[in-house]
Design a protein around this ligand. Structure first.
Ligand SMILES: C[S@@+](CC[C@H](N)C(=O)[O-])C[C@H]1O[C@@H](n2cnc3c(N)ncnc32)[C@H](O)[C@@H]1O
Length: 958
C-alpha cells in the first residue's frame, strides 16, 4: 500500500531537489541528502553502452535509468534461527508498523517498511524513508531504538535486497559442505550459515525429548513446544550428530583485512560449523581430509559454492554515486579473466550434482554471461556443467532473462559485435590497442542445439523492477567430473604475441630506464603475455577502476604464482610432494567429504599435528609473505607486526583434566562430544578460553595444520577461565556464545528454571541482586532455587507457558551465583535489547554491586559478615553507569572481566576478588582501575590494521 503511494511521487523531477528545497507535496524523500543527489548522475558511455545492448526493452528504458539514479531504499533481514527471527519480526509488526503508519513528515504520510514478498517467511524488509529521517525525526525515535538495539545484538542484519538472492538460490540442505569463495564483508556468508544450521534447534530438542522420555524423566524441554516443532524437525534429515548441524561453511577472502571484517561479522553467529580462510580464490587450495595411512589422500569437495566475485559494480550506482563519474568500459573487461578463473576453480572443487552460484553486482555481460560461458567452455561444455533454470524459484521476485547476444565496448568507447570483427581489425591495424579484448568475452557461437548453453536461464535483476540495485546471478550444476582445459588453450586470454617484443621492450628499458614511452611499451608487451601468467593487471590495476572495483579486488595476489594449468592438467601437486605446493586439484574420484571417517571420532590422537616441516609459502602467496617456520608446541611462533599472525588451533585431549572438571561440575551428558574442544595457543593448553567446533571443522583444521592453509577463524567460545572463590566452583564459566550449544546437555544440578515475565525483567534491569540473608525472597519464583544452588556458573532456562505472565518464546541465559548475589552474564547491550523487545522497557540498568562497593568504601569498618546487610541508598538501587564493564562483586569475590576476552588467547590476567580486608579492598580498587584502563584500550582495539572493534558490543561484559 505504502509502496504504491510512494510510486505516485516518483515520476520525473527528482534528482535535483534536496531536503528543505521546493514544496513538500509530491516529493520523494529519497531526493534525500545533498551529498547524494547533487552528484551529477550522467555518464555517456555508461548510458550508451547499456542502451545499445538493449538490456531492457525500449519502453522500460526510462524507468530503468530513473530508478538507477534514485537513492536506494534501506533494507534489513531478521536473522538467527527461524523461531527467534519470527518472534523479533513480530515486534516490528505489532508495535512499530502501526506507529510509523500514523506518522506524517512534511505533510505526507510516511511509508512504513514492507516485507519482501519473495523472501522465505517474509523475513526481509525494505523501507524508502531515508535513514537520516528515521534517525532524526522524533516520531521515529522508538523505531530507531528498536533497529539499533536489535542490530547491535545481531537479530537484525542490514543487507541490500539483491544481495539476499544468491544464497536463496543455493538450495542448501542440512549436512551440506558450502564454500563462499569471495566472502567479505560477509552478509551472504551470514545467510549461508543460517541455512547450514537450518532446523537444528528443533532437531536437538526432539532428540532430548526422546531421551528424556526413554529415561522416564520429566519433560525437559517443554512437551508443548516439542509437539509444535515435531513436524519441522521430522522433515529435516540431519540426525547423525544428535540433531546438531553437521554441515560446514568455509568463508574465504583474499584480502586479509577484509577477512578480518568477515570474522567480525560471522563471529556473532556463534557457529561451530564455520571456518574463515584467507586465500586467492583462483588458487583455492584443495583441503585434505583424513585418510588411512596406506590409502590415497582424500580431499574435500563441496555441495554448494558461492562465487560472489569481485566486479566493476555498476549495479550499485544507486548507493555508490561515484559509479556515474568513474564508469569506463575497461572496468568490466579488466576483471573478466579473474572472474573466469574463480568460477572454474569453484567448478573444480564442486561435487558432481553440486551447485555453484555465480553472482556479480555488475550489469555488464562481459562480467556476467561471458564469464559463465567461458567457464563452462573451459570445463568441457554443457555435458559437464549446465545452467539451471530457476524461473520457478522465489516466486514474486521480478527478474529478466540472461543475455544470449551482446556487444563489447572497448576502452576507446568503440563497439564490437564479434571476435571476428576484432580479428579483422587487428589484421588491418596490427596488434596495438586490442590488449584486453579476448574471444571469450563475446557471445559463444554454438554449432548444435546440444551445445547450447541456455544463457537465458541466468537471472538479471534491474533497479526499476522492484526498487533495488542491479544484480546478476547464474546457478550452475556439475553433471560429471571435469578436467578444466588450460587457460592457454581457452578463449579467455588474448592471443600470444611474439615473446621477442617483450625482450625488445626489456632491452629498451635497460638502455633508457626513465623514458615514459619505453615504460608504456614494456607494459603493453608484458600485458600481451597474459596467457602465460595469472594476469596481475586484471587483478591489481586499479588506476581506472571505480572505488567499488578497487575494493572488490584489493590485494589480489600478484603474478608470480605458478600457472594454474599445471595442476589442472596433471591432477595437481600434492601438499605432501617434495615441492610443497598447495594442492589445488586432485583426482576427482578421491574427493569425498562426509561423513567423516569413524576413526576421526574414535581415535582423536590421530589428529595430532604431525607436520612441522618447513612449508614453501611462496607457492601460495606469490612470495609476498616471508617464510615463517611452523609453530612447535614448546615454542610459540613469533608475532610480526608487518604480517598477519594467527594463533594455531590446537584440540584438547578429550580426557584433559580441565574438561573432565567442567563435565563434572555442569553434569554434562556423556552424549555431548568431548573431542571437539580446542584452544588457540601454541602450547595447546587451556589458559583463557576453550572453543568448540563441529567434527568436520576439527578434521579440516587438524589434517591441514602446517600445510599452507591460511585459517583465520574457527570455533565458538564455549568456556572462559574465571577467577572465583570456593573450592568446588568450576573455574570455567559457560560463555553466552556457547550457551545454546551446550545448554541442552547440562544436568539439572546447574539449572535454574524461570517461568514469569516479571522475574526475568528484574534480572535484566538489576545487576547483582542480593541472594544472601533474605535477599532471595525478592527474587520471587527463582528465590529458593538460587538460594540453594551451589556457587558458580549456571543455566537460566526461561520456559514457555500459556499463562498471562508467561513466555511464548524459550530463552536460555548464563547466570552466575556468588556467595551472596546473583547475576545474569549478559552484555549491557543484550540486556537493553531484551528489555526493549520483551517489555518495551528502556529503563536504565542498575548495578547493585557498584552501590555496595561504594557503601563499603565509605564504611571501612564494616566487617565482612555485616556487608550482607549493608543498606542500599534510599532508592534501594543504584543506577548503572556506562563505565567499562569490569564488574567486581564485592560479596562473591568474583570478577567478570570479559572485556578482556580477546579472540586469541594470551596468558590469563584474571583479576580476582581476593578477600575482604582493607588491603584487599585497596588492591581491588587498583585492579579495577587497571581493568578499566585495559577495557578502554580493548574496546577500541584494532581487529585488523585500521579496523577498530568499537562496534563489537558483544563480550564486553557480563
Ligand atoms: C563483491 S565482494 C563480496 C561480497 C560478499 N560476498 C558479501 O556478500 O558480503 C568481492 C570480494 O572478493 C574479494 N576478492 C577479490 N579478489 C579475490 C580473489 N582472487 N579471491 C578471493 N577473494 C577475492 C574482495 O576482497 C571482496 O571482499
Amino acid at each position: 500500500m505504502g509502496r504504491r503511494g510512494r510510486g505516485g511521487n516518483r515520476g520525473g523531477g527528482r534528482g535535483g531537489r534536496g531536503r528543505g528545497r521546493g514544496s513538500s507535496r509530491g516529493r520523494d524523500y529519497r531526493s534525500g541528502p545533498a551529498n547524494y543527489t547533487e552528484l551529477e548522475k550522467k555518464n555517456e558511455n555508461f548510458e550508451n553502452y547499456y542502451n545499445a545492448l538493449g538490456i531492457v526493452e525500449e519502453e522500460e528504458r526510462e524507468q530503468f535509468w530513473t530508478a538507477l539514479k534514485r537513492e536506494l531504499p534501506n533494507s534489513f533481514r531478521f536473522t538467527g534461527s527461524k523461531g527467534h527471527a519470527l518472534s523479533v519480526q513480530q515486534r516490528l509488526i505489532d508495535r512499530y508498523i502501526p506507529q510509523i503508519t500514523s506518522v506524517t513528515y512534511e505533510g505526507q504520510p510516511v511509508p512504513p517498511p514492507t516485507p519482501l514478498e519473495w523472501f522465505p517467511e517474509k523475513l526481509a524488509w525494505s523501507m524508502t524513508t531515508p535513514k537520516q529521517v528515521v534517525r532524526k525525526f522524533p516520531p521515529f525515535a522508538s523505531f530507531q531504538k528498536f533497529l539499533v538495539s536489535e542490530t547491535s545484538v545481531g537479530n537484525i542484519s542490514r543487507q541490500e535486497v539483491v544481495s539476499m538472492i544468491p544464497p536463496l538460490l543455493m538450495d542448501i540442505k542440512p549436512g551440506m559442505t558450502v564454500l563462499d569463495l569471495c566472502a567479505a564483508p560477509g552478509s551472504k556468508s551470514a545467510q549461508l550459515i543460517e541455512m547450514v544450521h537450518g532446523g537444528e534447534e528443533a532437531r536437538v530438542r526432539q532428540v532430548l525429548h526422546n531421551l528424556n522420555e526413554q529415561q522416564g524423566r520429566g519433560m525437559s524441554p517443554d512437551g508443548m513446544e516439542i509437539e509444535a516443532e515435531k513436524a519441522q524437525a521430522q522433515s529435516e534429515d540431519d540426525w547423525s550428530d544428535d540433531g546438531r548441524a553437521t554441515g560446514l561453511l568455509i568463508a574465504n577472502d583474499v584480502d586479509y583485512r577484509r577477512a578480518q571484517m568477515l570474522v567480525h561479522q560471522v563471529k556473532r553467529l556463534n557457529s561451530p560449523n564455520m571456518i574463515v580462510t584467507n586465500h586467492d580464490a583462483t588458487l583455492f587450495p584443495s583441503i585434505k581430509l583424513y585418510s588411512e595411512p596406506d590409502q590415497p589422500g582424500r580431499y574435500l569437495k563441496f555441495d554448494r559454492i558461492l562465487a560472489d566475485v569481485p566486479c566493476s559494480g555498476d549495479g550499485t550506482a544507486r548507493k555508490n554515486p561515484n559509479i556515474w563519474k568513474d564508469w569506463i568500459p575497461g572496468n568490466g573487461l579488466g576483471l573478466y579473466a579473474t572472474q573466469v578463473r574463480i568460477l572454474v576453480r569453484a567448478l573444480q572443487m564442486l561435487k558432481v550434482g553440486g551447485r555453484v552460484v555465480y553472482s556479480t553486482c555488475s550489469m555488464n555481460p562481459v562480467e556476467d554471461e561471458a564469464v559463465v560461458a567461458s567457464a563452462i567452455d573451459r570445463c568441457g561444455g554443457v555435458s559437464k556443467v549446465k545452467i539451471i533454470d530457476c524461473s520457478d524459484t522465489l516466486p514474486g521476485l521480478k527478474r529478466k532473462s540472461g543475455l544470449s547476444e551482446w556487444k563489447i565496448m572497448d576502452k576507446t568507447g568503440r563497439m564490437w559485435s564479434s571476435w571476428k570483427e576484432v580479428e579483422e581489425a587487428r589484421e588491418a591495424q596490427g596488434e596495438e590497442g586490442f590488449g584486453r579484448l579476448t574471444e571469450g568475452m563475446f557471445p559463444p557461437v554454438t554449432e548444435s542445439e546440444d551445445e547450447r548453453l541456455a544463457l537465458e536461464r541466468c537471472i538479471r535483476v534491474y533497479p526499476h523492477l522492484q526498487d533495488t540495485g542491479g544484480f546478476f546471478i547464474a546457478v550452475l550444476e556439475k553433471q560429471t567430473e571435469i578436467k578444466a582445459r588450460p587457460e592457454s588453450r581457452s578463449k579467455i586470454t588474448a592471443p600470444k604475441p611474439p615473446v621477442a617484443s617483450l625482450l625488445d621492450a626489456l632491452n629498451a628499458k635497460i638502455e633508457n630506464p626513465t623514458n615514459g614511452d619505453v615504460d608504456r611499451n614494456l607494459h603493453e608487451a608484458y600485458e600481451n603475455l597474459a596467457p602465460m601468467r595469472v594476469d596481475p593487471d586484471n587483478a591489481l590495476d586499479d588506476s581506472n577502476a571505480p572505488p567499488t572495483a578497487r575494493q572488490n579486488r584489493a590485494n589480489t595476489p600478484p603474478a608470480t604464482k605458478r600457472p594454474l594449468e599445471d595442476d589442472e592438467e596433471d591432477g595437481g601437486v600434492s601438499q605432501d610432494s617434495p615441492t610443497k605446493r598447495v594442492k589445488t586439484d586432485v583426482d576427482d574420484s578421491r574427493m569425498v567429504h562426509f561423513p567423516p571417517p569413524p576413526a576421526a571420532q574414535l581415535e582423536p590422537e590421530k589428529y595430532e599435528d604431525t607436520a612441522d616441516e618447513p612449508l614453501e609459502l611462496d607457492t601460495i602467496n606469490g612470495g609476498q609473505e616471508p617464510y615463517q617456520p611452523p609453530s612447535r608446541p614448546d615454542q610459540p611462533p613469533k608475532k610480526r607486526r608487518d604480517q598477519p599472525h594467527e594463533e594455531p588451533f590446537k584440540y584438547l585431549d578429550p580426557d584433559h583434566e580441565e574438561l573432565l572438571g567442567i563435565y563434572k561440575f555442569y553434569e554434562v551428558s556423556p552424549r555431548f562430544p568431548r573431542d571437539r574442544f580446542m584452544v588457540r595457543n601454541a602450547t595447546g593448553q587451556p589458559v583463557k578460553a576453550i572453543y568448540y567446533t563441529s567434527t568436520l571443522a576439527r578434521e579440516i583444521l587438524t589434517q591441514n595444520e602446517g600445510k599452507g592453509m591460511k585459517f583465520v577463524h574457527c570455533g565458538v567460545k564455549m568456556f572462559m577461565k574465571q577467577d572465583a572463590q570456593g573450592q568446588d566452583v568450576c573455574r570455567w564459566r559457560i560463555q553466552s556464545e556457547g550457551m545454546p550449544i551446550i545448554e541442552p546437555w547440562v544436568g539439572e544440578g546447574r539449572i535454574v528454571r524461570l517461568y514469569k515475565r516479571e522475574t526475568l525483567r528484574k534480572l535484566l534491569i538489576e545487576m547483582f541482586p542480593r541472594v544472601a540473608q533474605d535477599g532471595w525472597r525478592d527474587l520471587g519464583e527463582i528465590g529458593e532455587r538460587v538460594r540453594d544452588i551451589g556457587m558458580g556458573c549456571c543455566v537460566l532456562r526461561v520456559e514457555t507457558s500459556d499463562d498471562e505472565d508467561g513466555f511464548k518464546e524459550r530463552l536460555v541465559l548464563p547466570l552466575w551465583r556468588s556467595i551472596s548475589s546473583l547475576n545474569l552474564m549478559l552484555p549491557k547491550e543484550d540486556r537493553k535489547a531484551m528489555l526493549l523487545r520483551l517489555y518495551n522497557d528502556d529503563s536504565p540498568l542498575v548495578d547493585n554491586s557498584k552501590n555496595r562497593f561504594k557503601q563499603q568504601e565509605t564504611s571501612r569498618d564494616i566487617s565482612r559478615s555485616s556487608t550482607a546487610g549493608t543498606p542500599l541508598p534510599e532508592s534501594g538501587i543504584a543506577e548503572a553507569t556506562d563505565e567499562p564493564e569490569t564488574i567486581i562483586d564485592k560479596d562473591g569475590g568474583v570478577v567478570f572481566n570479559t572485556a578482556m576476552d580477546s579472540d586469541v588467547e594470551e596468558t590469563t590476567t584474571g583479576i580476582g576478588g581476593k578477600g575482604i580486608g582493607p588491603e584487599h579492598k585497596a588492591m581491588e580498587a587498583e585492579d579495577r582501575m587497571k581493568a578499566d584502563a585495559q577495557n578502554k584500550a580493548d574496546n577500541t582495539r584494532e581487529i585488523a590494521p585500521g579496523v577498530t572493534d568499537e562496534e563489537d558490543v558483544f563480550n564486553k561484559g557480563v
